[in-house]
Ligand binder design. Structure first.
Ligand SMILES: *[C@@H]1O[C@H](CO)[C@@H](O)[C@H](O)[C@H]1NC(C)=O
Ligand SMILES: *[C@@H]1O[C@H](CO)[C@@H](O)[C@H](O)[C@H]1NC(C)=O
Ligand SMILES: *[C@@H]1O[C@H](CO)[C@@H](O)[C@H](O)[C@H]1NC(C)=O
Ligand SMILES: *[C@@H]1O[C@H](CO)[C@@H](O)[C@H](O)[C@H]1NC(C)=O
Ligand SMILES: *[C@@H]1O[C@H](CO)[C@@H](O)[C@H](O)[C@H]1NC(C)=O
Ligand SMILES: *[C@@H]1O[C@H](CO)[C@@H](O)[C@H](O)[C@H]1NC(C)=O
Length: 567
C-alpha cells in the first residue's frame, strides 16, 4: 500500500511540474570529488567469528549472504551438539576432531549482522554456483562425496525455514575447481572444467542420456606440473549469447549450443598465468544501453609468475603479475590492451561497483594459490576507473590490517558496501604459530561513494513500480518505473544500473554483470521526488533471467540498491 501511494504522489507532482523535466541521458560531468582518490574508503569490523571460512560467498535476494567452506576441514568455529544424523557429539577426542560435529555453512543476515547455521551434507570444497531465475542458488561440485553433487538453496530471508537441499541428480563428471555460469536459456547452467577434468556439462540435461562434453581447450591450456593454471576458468556471456572462456593465458569464443569453438582470441601478453592456482581475476566490464548492449569488453588482472606454484613448494615466493589486460570480445578486431596495477597481485577479487568502476580487493603480492603458497598480503584495495585516460585509471584505497589470501572472498552488498571474509592457507582451522592464521573475522569495506560527504547527492527512497500485469518482474525490452528522491543537489547525470550479484570463490566472481539501463523519461516533482521510466535489458543474453540490484546514481553517487527481477 505505502509503495503505491508514494508513487501516486510522485505522479501527481509530475503532472504539476512537467517543466522540471531533467535529462536522464547519462552525461560524463561527474559531481563527485575530482581527487585521484588515494587512501579513501573505510573498513568496518562486523563480526569476530563467521564460524566457517568464507571460501565461498554469495548474496541472496533476501539480503542474506550464504557462506560456506569445505565439510572435511575438521573443527570449525561452531561446534554442534548433535550431528545431522542425530548422533551425539561427545567430548571424546574422536568427536572433537570429527568434521561432522561442526558447522561448515552459515547464512549471514546483513541488517541484523547475525549468523544462522546451515546444514551441508556433502563436501563443497572448491565448488561453484549460479542463481536460477527464481533466486534459488544452484550449487555444484566439490570434493570426495560432493565432487558430483548438485545442491539447491532457496533463500527465505534469514528465518529457519530454508536450508541446503541435495539433489538426487548428480553431475556427469567430478567438478572440483570448476566454474559455473547461468546461460541465456532460462534456468540452464553450464559447469566447466575441474581438476584433471577436461569437459563441460549442463544442468538440467536436455535429453535423457546427455552426459558431459569433451573440451580440448582445457586439456590444451593445462600445465600439469604447475597445478593446472587453468582451473576455475573465467566465463562471461557475450551479448550475442556466445560464451567467452579464458583459461591460463588463452581465450576462446564458444558456441555451447553447437559445441563449437567460434574463434581463438590472441594470447594475453606477458609471462605467467591467470587461473588457479595462479589465481588472477576477471570481469566483463559494464554493458551499456548507449551501444544497444552490443559491445562487450573483458578485463583480466593479476595472477602468478611462471613456475610460481612449484617454486612456492620449494619455499620461493615469486612476485605476482602486475598487469591487467582489456579486450573487446564482440566485433572482429581483438587485441589485449595492457596496463599495470599499482602493484603485483594474485588471489584477488574483482568486483563491479554500481559506479561502473572495478574494485580489486583481497589477495597477495607473492606466491601462488594452494596451501601455504602465498606471502605478502595485498592489504590495500585498488579502484579502477575504466573510462579515465590510461595511466590515471588506478587509485590505491585505504588498507586493512587483515590479510585475505587463499580461500578468502568478497561481494558487493545492496547498501553499497563490500563484504570481505575468509582466508585460510591451511587444510584445517589453525589460529596459532603460523604466519597466516585461519581468518574468521568479517569486515566490510565502505567505498568512498557511501561516505556522508556525498549524502547531499545520494538518491533516496528508491522504489520500483512494475505495473499491474507484470507479476513483480521486469520483462525483456519492457518498461518499468522507478521513483526516488533527490534531496538538494541534482546533477545533470542521473544514471541507472542493474547488477547481477556473483557467486564468489577463489578469485572468480561467477555470473557477475553490470548494465547501464536506458531511461526514457525523467520527471521531477515536488520536494525532490523524481519519477523515471526505464527500459529493461533487451534479451537474456544481455541479462540472463534472475534477480538484479537496481541502483540510481546522481552525479556518480549511488543510492541504496533495490532488487528487481528480470524475466
Ligand atoms: C552418524 O555420522 C557419524 C559420522 O559421520 C558416523 O560415524 C555414524 O556411524 C553415523 N550414525 C548413524 C546412525 O548414521
Ligand atoms: C526455484 O526453482 C528451483 C529449480 O527449478 C526449484 O527447485 C525451487 O523450488 C524454486 N524455488 C521457489 C522459491 O520457487
Ligand atoms: C614481503 O614480506 C617480507 C617479510 O615480511 C618482507 O621482507 C618483504 O619486503 C615483503 N615484500 C614485498 C614485495 O612486500
Ligand atoms: C564508459 O565507457 C563505455 C565503454 O567505452 C561507454 O560505453 C560509456 O558511455 C562510458 N561511460 C561514461 C559515463 O562515460
Ligand atoms: C524516505 O527514506 C527515508 C530514509 O531513507 C525515510 O525516513 C522516509 O520515511 C522515506 N520517505 C518516504 C515517503 O518513503
Ligand atoms: C510509469 O510512469 C508513466 C508516466 O511517467 C505512467 O504513464 C505509467 O503508467 C507508469 N507505469 C507504471 C508501471 O507505473
Amino acid at each position: 500500500m505505502a509503495r503505491r501511494n508514494h508513487f501516486l504522489i510522485v505522479i501527481n507532482s509530475m503532472i504539476a511540474a512537467l517543466f522540471f523535466t531533467l535529462h536522464c541521458i547519462g552525461c560524463t560531468a561527474a559531481v563527485r570529488g575530482s581527487s585521484n582518490g588515494d587512501g579513501v574508503g573505510q573498513w568496518q569490523l562486523l563480526l569476530d567469528n563467521t564460524e566457517v571460512v568464507a571460501m565461498h560467498m554469495t548474496l541472496t535476494h533476501h539480503n542474506t549472504v550464504i557462506i560456506f567452506d569445505q565439510t572435511e576441514a575438521g573443527p570449525s568455529g561452531h561446534r554442534l551438539r548433535r550431528r545431522y544424523n542425530g548422533t551425539r557429539c561427545t567430548q571424546f577426542r574422536n568427536d572433537l576432531a570429527d568434521s561432522s560435529c561442526y558447522v561448515h555453512s552459515v547464512e549471514y543476515g546483513i541488517s541484523g549482522n547475525k549468523l544462522r547455521p546451515l546444514r551441508l551434507s556433502t563436501d563443497t570444497w572448491c565448488s561453484s554456483g549460479s542463481f536460477l531465475s527464481n533466486g534459488t542458488l544452484l550449487q555444484t561440485g566439490g570434493h570426495g562425496s560432493g565432487a558430483q553433487g548438485i545442491r539447491y538453496f532457496s533463500p527465505c530471508g534469514g528465518n529457519d525455514n530454508c536450508d541446503w537441499r541435495e539433489s538426487r541428480q548428480s553431475l556427469a563428471d567430478d567438478r572440483w575447481y570448476a566454474s559455473s555460469l547461468l546461460l541465456p536459456e532460462e534456468d540452464r547452467v553450464i559447469v566447466v572444467g575441474g581438476r584433471r577434468v577436461f569437459t563441460y556439462e549442463f544442468i538440467p540435461k536436455q535429453y535423457s542420456n546427455e552426459g558431459s562434453f569433451d573440451f580440448p581447450f582445457l586439456r590444451n591450456t593445462h600445465q600439469r606440473r604447475q597445478g593446472g593454471n587453468n582451473l576455475y576458468p573465467f566465463l562471461h556471456i557475450c551479448p550475442d549469447g556466445r560464451l567467452f572462456i579464458f583459461a591460463n593465458r588463452d581465450s576462446i569464443l564458444f558456441n555451447y549450443k553447437e559445441n563449437r569453438v567460434v574463434k581463438h582470441f590472441p594470447r594475453i601478453p606477458g609471462d605467467g598465468s591467470r587461473n588457479y592456482p595462479s589465481s588472477g581475476s576477471s570481469v566483463i566490464l559494464p554493458l551499456h544501453y548507449t551501444n544497444g548492449f552490443e559491445k562487450a569488453e573483458v578485463m583480466v588482472c593479476g595472477g602468478a609468475a611462471s613456475g610460481a606454484y612449484s617454486a612456492a613448494g620449494d619455499g620461493r615466493f615469486l612476485k605476482g603479475l602486475t598487469s591487467c589486460g582489456r579486450m573487446v570480445i564482440t566485433g572482429n578486431r581483438h587485441n589485449w590492451n595492457m596496463e599495470n596495477m599499482p602493484g603485483p597481485r594474485l588471489l584477488c577479487d574483482m568486483l563491479l561497483l554500481p559506479t561502473g568502476d572495478v574494485l580489486i580487493i583481497n589477495g597477495a603480492k607473492r606466491g601462488a594459490g594452494g596451501w601455504n603458497n602465498a606471502r605478502n598480503a595485498s592489504l590495500e584495495p585498488y579502484l579502477y576507473h575504466p573510462n579515465k585516460t590510461v595511466g590515471k585509471r588506478f587509485s590505491v584505497l585505504k588498507s586493512t590490517r587483515i590479510p585475505r589470501m587463499y580461500h578468502s572472498s568478497a561481494i558487493l552488498l545492496p547498501d553499497g558496501r563490500v563484504l570481505v571474509a575468509g582466508g585460510n592457507p591451511h587444510n584445517r582451522y589453525v589460529f596459532e604459530n603460523v604466519a597466516y592464521p585461519t581468518e574468521l573475522r568479517l569486515q566490510a569495506f565502505v567505498p568512498d561513494y557511501m561516505g556522508s560527504q556525498h549524502h547531499q547527492f545520494r538518491p533516496t527512497n528508491v522504489t520500483i513500480h512494475y505495473g499491474h500485469n507484470n507479476f513483480y518482474c521486469v520483462r525483456y525490452g519492457g518498461e518499468f518505473n522507478v521513483s526516488f528522491r533527490l534531496a538538494s543537489k541534482v546533477s545533470n547525470a542521473v544514471e541507472f544500473s542493474a547488477y547481477a550479484p556473483p557467486f564468489t570463490s577463489h578469485s572468480i566472481s561467477m555470473n557477475q554483470r553490470l548494465l547501464r539501463l536506458r531511461c526514457k523519461s525523467l520527471v521531477r516533482g515536488q520536494d525532490g521526488w523524481v519519477g523515471a521510466v526505464l527500459e529493461a535489458p533487451p534479451s537474456p543474453s544481455v541479462a540472463p533471467a534472475g534477480y538484479y540490484l537496481l541502483t540510481v546514481l546522481n552525479g556518480g553517487i549511488p543510492s541504496l540498491s533495490q532488487w528487481i527481477r528480470i524475466l
